[in-house]
Every structure is written in structure tokens, then in C-alpha cells.
Design a binder for this molecule. Structure first.
Ligand code: HEC
Ligand code: HEC
Ligand code: HEC
Ligand code: HEC
Ligand code: HEC
Ligand code: HEC
Length: 407
């Protein structure tokens, strides 16, 4: 009797196990666009640094993992803590670990099942997309700020010089023609002398034309210098110091599309964006020891910094005076402003330069023009009601109050 019961239990348990494993296999990869979009955002922010869908980068191409990996649960465990899976002796994990030069993948301990499934949904959708014809790069960057007046002035100055030279040439030609014409006339000795008097330096220097030319040139050059000066008082726009390591955003953020947040870890959480520590560099550079452009010399400096436990002394570029308070999270996370709006096309820069003015006028100007991003932010529900649900600009929520930006 007891045997029968325990046998029954055993059967029940196996049945249960089978059902469980069936449900876990039956976990379909979703093709819901909303889930794919969520997966895309997660992928770009967390995985793109090392993975592409169709190419190998630091890690394998992710297209098809959902078919080649032992199971969906295996993928979930691996993403949350790959070193644990490798250490457990799992055959597949150790195989890919070897194949990828024993690079450890970052652990994403806090990722939920749904998040990992969303990434898989994105990966699958992306893998099944037909090859795209590369789009023609959108040209024309409108740019902002005061680069414009300087270029204008330069163009005007060059134009004027060209016109002046042309005028001089034409004048010379006219003088020659006149001389030849006068030679054919019967002139008194006195007049002939005047016509043929050689150009003396003295007479040129004293001529009204020459004096006008000199005054004009001096005036326009000093005008340009003063205007340039006015535009740059206390302003470091365009500042692009040489850095201790020839780190290039064009390679990392541009060519390899590593997300800004992968290195500048503070932007979503706090005031400062943070410059990455050498350890973040080493996530990839334990493997990559040679650059296409600089060879081994620059990357060796990162390795040396890590081995000697010394920070890399990056030269700070953007720097507000102490009296002003600026918070990245408020702008990037709450307001959803793109890095490029304030920092320009960083992903095209080999050497970072200060793109915006960073003056008080620059901050205020944007707060006057920009609407607050109230979508999906419960904090703004009451305020919106008070404003009769009309869109609010930053100035309407106090963005022009001195105390918001000054201690
Ligand atoms: C720092 C680089 C890095 C990041 C970031 C990273 N991975 Fe990986 N990933 C790897 C490497 C390297 C491997 C190969 C296995 C190994 O060496 O441990 C790998 C392997 C994998 C595999 C198994 C691939 C296969 O062919 O079976 C999956 C799945 C995976 N990663 C998913 C992700 C997901 C999802 C993210 C983002 C949430 C992510 N990875 C972020 C480096 C990374
Ligand atoms: C691989 C890591 C990495 C990635 C990815 C990255 N950065 Fe950087 N960033 C750095 C390092 C290192 C510095 C300091 C050296 C320098 O100025 O080039 C820096 C400097 C900067 C600076 C200037 C900081 C200062 O001193 O004022 C800005 C602005 C910046 N990054 C913005 C971005 C933006 C925007 C992106 C995304 C498009 C991005 N970064 C992606 C590593 C990274
Ligand atoms: C997510 C991976 C990743 C991270 C993180 C990363 N790099 Fe790189 N880095 C690369 C890749 C990929 C290359 C391109 C290698 C090549 O040129 O073939 C590269 C190239 C370089 C080069 C050589 C460029 C050349 O072409 O000569 C330097 C220098 C460099 N990185 C510095 C850094 C520094 C400093 C950090 C940390 C702030 C960093 N990298 C973080 C992936 C990374
Ligand atoms: C609304 C404009 C604005 C936006 C958007 C913005 N920044 Fe900044 N950023 C600044 C200002 C202003 C400073 C100078 C801050 C200071 O000196 O206190 C700065 C400084 C920095 C620095 C220098 C060091 C530091 O820790 O502050 C880095 C790196 C940086 N930004 C990266 C980024 C990245 C990456 C993004 C996008 C995720 C971004 N910024 C978005 C305005 C902006
Ligand atoms: C590209 C546009 C832009 C620029 C440039 C900009 N801001 Fe803002 N700022 C915003 C937006 C949008 C918000 C609204 C954020 C929110 O929803 O809370 C904001 C909010 C703020 C707030 C909070 C205001 C409040 O009432 O809660 C402060 C403080 C602030 N910004 C300071 C600055 C400073 C200092 C600068 C210049 C160094 C600056 N901002 C430059 C767009 C900008
Ligand atoms: C949106 C943010 C913001 C608001 C609002 C703001 N300021 Fe400023 N203010 C700044 C920033 C940023 C600087 C530093 C700019 C620089 O160095 O050019 C600054 C600089 C100053 C300076 C120093 C100027 C100098 O040349 O060093 C004074 C004084 C000042 N602000 C007063 C005020 C007063 C008064 C108000 C209120 C009517 C105010 N600010 C509102 C951002 C702000």
C-alpha cells in the first residue's frame, strides 16, 4: 500500500517535472513590437558594447543563440551570472568561454526573465530583418552657438581683400592705358614729366588711396579681434586639450557604437556624468591590446595604470564655475535631453571638444524654449492639472529661478 502511494507520488512528480520543462521550452520568443522595442533599449544600453546581432565583436553574434544555447533558462542564468555557469562546469558555457579568449561577460544580476526575453525578442527580430541598404548619411549639421559670427567675419574679410586686389589690378591697367593714350597727344614738357614720373615710394605712401587701404585693413582686423574677443570672454567653447591617452570617441562611441552610459555611468543617476575608471576600459582591453591607428602604445598605458593602481589623469574639458549647479540626471533621465544637444556629435570626435557655450545665457535660453517632458512622469500630473493640461516650458516650472542653479 505504502509502496503504491509512493509510486504514485513518483509518477506525479515526474509528470509535474515534464509539464514544468515543457512550459519552460514553450516560452516563445515574442514578436510584439512593444517588447521588441523594450529589448532594443536594453540591448543598446547593456549588451551593444560587446555584442552585435549579426557580427562577432567582443562576444559572439547573438543571432540564433536562442536556438544554439542549451535552453532559455541557460541563457537567463548566463546573462545574470556567466562566471557561475562557467564555474559549474557547464560544457557549452566553457566552450564559448574558450572560444572568446576567456573574456568574462558582465553580470546582469538584476535583470528579470521578462527583460532577458525582451532582449531575445529584439535579437530575433533584428536577425530576421532583411539586409538594409546603408542609408546615405544625413548631411548638414546646423550646429549652434557662436562659431557662426567668426566664420562670417572671416569670409567677409577674405572677400574684401580679394576685391581690393582686383581693384588694384584694374587701376594699374587703367593707368597704363591712360599713359599710352596721353603719349599719343601733344603735351607740354611739364605735363610729360608728370605722366612719366616714376613711382616713388614716398608718393605712394602719401597717396590718399594707400592711406585709405592701410586704415581700412587695420580697422577691419582690429574689429574682428574685438568681436572674437567678446564672443570668448570667460568662454571655453571649442576647448579640446590633449589627453594622456589618445582615447577616441569616434572609434568607441561611433564605429563600435558603445553606449555613452556604458562608460559615463553617472548620467542617469546623479549630478556628474563620471569619467570611466581604467577597469571599465579593461572589460575589453584585457583582450584588445592593439589599435588600428596607434598600435600597442596607447592601450599599454591603460594596462600600466591598472597594474600600478594609478588613475589616468584625464584633462577635464567641461567645467562650470563652482557657483553654478548642473545635474545630468535631471536633464538626461527626467527631461530626456540627448547628450548631443549639449555636447555635439561626440561620436564623431577623435578628441572631445567643448561644443556649447556653457554660459548662463545658454542654460536660460534652452529653459525658455524647451517643453518639459511630462509623459509617464506621475510627479508632473498635479502640476499639469494646475496648468489646465497645457504643455509647460522649463521656465514655467521654475527653470529661471536663480536659486535653482545657484547655491
Ligand atoms: C563586457 C562584454 C559583454 C557584455 C557587456 C555582454 N556580453 Fe554577452 N558575452 C560576452 C562574451 C565575451 C561572451 C562569450 C562567453 C564568454 O566568454 O564568457 C558572451 C556570451 C553571451 C551569450 C552566449 C552566446 C552564445 O553564443 O551562446 C549570451 C546569450 C549573451 N552573451 C548575452 C548577453 C546579453 C543579453 C547582454 C546584455 C544584457 C550581454 N551579453 C552583455 C561579453 C559580453
Ligand atoms: C569607452 C568609454 C566611453 C564611451 C563609450 C563614451 N565615452 Fe565619453 N569619455 C570617455 C573618456 C575616457 C573621457 C575622458 C577623455 C576624453 O576627454 O576624451 C570621456 C570624455 C567625455 C566628455 C568630456 C568630459 C570633460 O572632461 O568635460 C564628454 C562630454 C563625453 N565623454 C561624452 C560622451 C558621449 C555623449 C558619449 C556617447 C555618444 C560618450 N562620451 C561615450 C569614455 C567614453
Ligand atoms: C566595450 C569595449 C571597449 C571598452 C570598454 C573600451 N574600449 Fe578601447 N577599443 C575597443 C575596440 C573594439 C577598439 C578598436 C581596436 C582596433 O582598432 O581594431 C578599441 C581601441 C582603443 C584604442 C586604440 C585606438 C587605435 O585605433 O589606435 C585606445 C587607445 C583605446 N581603445 C582606449 C580605451 C580606453 C582609455 C578605454 C576606457 C576609457 C577604452 N578604450 C574602453 C573597445 C573598447
Ligand atoms: C542639458 C545639457 C547637457 C546634457 C543633455 C548632457 N550634458 Fe554632459 N555636461 C553638461 C554640462 C553643463 C557639463 C559641465 C558640468 C559641470 O562642470 O558641473 C557637462 C559635463 C559632462 C562631462 C564631464 C564630467 C562630469 O562628470 O560632469 C561628461 C563626461 C558628460 N557631461 C557626459 C555627458 C553624457 C554622456 C551625456 C548624455 C548621456 C550628457 N553629458 C548630457 C551639459 C549636458
Ligand atoms: C537643451 C536644453 C537645456 C539646456 C542647455 C539646459 N537645460 Fe536645464 N533643464 C532642461 C529641461 C528640459 C529641464 C526640465 C527637467 C524636468 O523635467 O525636471 C531642465 C531643468 C533644469 C533644472 C531643474 C529646474 C526645476 O525647476 O526643477 C535645473 C536646476 C537646470 N535645468 C539647470 C541647468 C543649468 C545650470 C544649465 C546650464 C549649465 C542648463 N540647465 C541647461 C533643459 C536644458
Ligand atoms: C538655468 C540656470 C541658471 C539660472 C536660472 C540662473 N543662473 Fe546665473 N549662472 C548660471 C551659470 C551656468 C553661470 C556660470 C556661467 C559662466 O561661467 O559663464 C551663472 C553665472 C552667474 C553669475 C556670475 C557671472 C560671472 O560672470 O561669473 C551671476 C552673478 C549670476 N549667474 C546671477 C544670477 C541671478 C541673479 C539669477 C536669477 C535672476 C541667475 N543667475 C539665474 C546659471 C543660471
Amino acid at each position: 500500500m505504502t509502496q503504491q502511494i509512493s509510486g504514485l507520488f513518483k509518477n506525479l512528480a515526474t509528470a509535474l517535472l515534464i509539464v514544468l520543462s515543457l512550459t519552460s521550452f514553450a516560452q516563445e520568443i515574442s514578436s510584439d513590437p512593444a517588447i521588441i522595442a523594450e529589448g532594443e533599449a536594453l540591448f543598446k544600453a547593456n549588451c551593444q558594447a560587446c555584442h552585435r546581432v549579426k557580427q562577432k565583436l567582443i562576444g559572439p553574434a547573438l543571432a540564433g543563440v536562442y536556438d544554439r544555447a542549451p535552453s532559455m533558462d541557460w541563457i537567463k542564468n548566463f546573462v545574470r551570472n556567466s562566471s557561475k555557469v562557467i564555474a559549474s562546469g557547464d560544457e557549452y558555457a566553457n566552450k564559448i568561454y574558450e572560444e572568446n579568449g576567456k573574456t568574462l561577460m558582465t553580470s546582469f544580476t538584476s535583470f528579470t526573465d521578462d527583460q532577458i526575453m525582451a532582449i531575445m525578442a529584439y535579437t530575433k527580430a533584428e536577425a530576421e530583418k532583411p539586409e538594409e541598404v546603408p542609408a546615405v548619411a544625413a548631411g548638414g549639421d546646423s550646429g549652434t552657438g557662436s562659431g557662426v559670427p567668426t566664420t562670417y567675419l572671416n569670409a567677409i574679410l577674405v572677400g574684401m581683400v580679394v576685391i581690393l586686389v582686383l581693384l588694384l589690378v584694374i587701376l594699374g591697367l587703367i593707368i597704363n592705358a591712360l599713359k599710352r593714350y596721353l603719349d599719343q597727344k601733344d603735351l607740354s614738357e611739364e605735363d610729360k614729366e608728370v605722366v612719366h614720373s616714376p613711382f616713388s615710394i614716398g608718393s605712394i605712401v602719401q597717396s590718399p588711396g594707400f592711406i585709405f587701404l592701410v586704415v581700412f585693413l587695420v580697422a577691419s582686423i582690429s574689429f574682428k579681434t574685438v568681436i572674437d574677443g567678446l564672443f570668448t570672454i570667460g568662454v571655453q567653447q571649442g576647448y579640446a586639450p590633449k589627453q594622456p591617452i589618445a582615447f577616441s570617441h569616434k572609434i568607441h562611441a561611433g564605429q563600435y557604437e558603445i553606449d555613452c552610459k556604458y562608460c559615463h555611468t553617472g548620467v542617469m543617476k546623479g549630478r556628474s556624468a563620471n569619467i570611466p575608471s581604467p577597469n571599465i576600459c579593461m572589460n575589453c582591453h584585457t583582450q584588445i591590446r592593439k589599435g588600428t591607428i596607434t598600435g600597442e602604445s596607447e592601450i599599454a598605458k591603460i594596462v600600466a595604470a591598472v597594474e600600478n593602481n594609478k588613475p589616468i589623469e584625464w584633462v577635464r574639458i567641461h567645467n562650470l564655475p563652482d557657483l553654478a549647479y548642473f545635474n545630468h540626471a535631471q536633464h538626461v533621465n527626467v527631461a530626456g535631453v540627448e547628450c548631443q544637444t549639449c555636447h555635439g556629435p561626440i561620436e564623431e570626435m577623435d578628441v572631445v571638444k567643448q561644443y556649447s557655450l556653457l554660459t548662463m545665457g545658454w542654460c536660460i535660453d534652452c529653459h525658455r524654449k524647451t517643453y518639459v517632458n511630462t509623459k509617464g512622469n506621475a510627479y508632473y500630473d498635479n502640476l499639469l492639472e494646475l496648468h489646465n493640461n497645457k504643455a509647460m516650458k522649463v521656465e514655467d516650472i521654475g527653470g529661471l529661478e536663480c536659486a535653482k542653479c545657484h547655491y
